[in-house]
Design a protein around this ligand. Structure first.
Ligand code: NI
Length: 181
């Protein structure tokens, strides 16, 4: 098991649509272990494979000590609206108030290849929608209003240049591009 560097906004892998998982095997199980390590080290509530540079449709999460993994997840239904101050390990240091559907019905596979169906709302509903976005190459900044985007322009540019929005320089941007969303 190993913790990986989390890719940061500006890294092209975060803008790509990830490919469906075709083999649920030992290699995938090792990837999932690494994703959990990386998520707990961060720490974060969830992590999608593209955030460690792997273009596969899988994410892990842990809410209230209930860890889970979803492979090839899809949103089947969504309803309502919920406002949440959302952050992302790939957009470190920044949080944005974003409205998304409150409740979602998500289907996917577990590590045994069994189909799972989860109906989740509020924080977990948000988490699933956020991680699913990562699998489609979408970052939370794409959900911002014009005003929020303007307000965060400087900080986002810093992140894309490989600096932290908060000013520490521990973050690494791979293939960083100066390109505002
Ligand atoms: Ni994220």
């Amino acid at each position: 098991m190993a913790s990986h560097t989390i890719r940061v906004i500006g890294d092209p892998v975060l803008k790509e649509r990830a490919a469906p998982v075709t083999d649920i095997d030992g290699k995938l199980a090792r990837l999932v272990d690494d994703m959990f390590d990386t998520m707990y080290d961060a720490p974060g509530l969830g992590l999608a494979a593209p955030q460690i540079g792997v273009r596969k449709r899988v994410f892990v999460y842990d809410h209230d000590d209930h860890p889970g993994v979803l492979i090839n997840p899809e949103i089947r239904e969504s309803e309502g609206e919920w406002l949440y101050n959302e952050g992302c390990l790939s957009v470190p240091g920044l949080f944005f108030e974003i409205v998304r559907p409150n409740r979602v019905l998500v289907v996917g596979l577990d590590l045994d290849g069994n189909e799972v169906e989860l109906e989740v709302d509020e924080l977990v509903g948000r988490l699933f929608q956020h991680e699913l976005d990562h699998l489609d190459g979408v970052l939370l900044v794409e959900h911002l209003s014009e005003e929020q985007r303007k307000g965060a322009k400087k900080e986002l540019r810093k992140l894309m240049m490989g600096e932290s929005a908060r000013g520490d320089d521990k973050l690494i941007t791979v293939g960083g591009q100066l390109q505002l969303p």
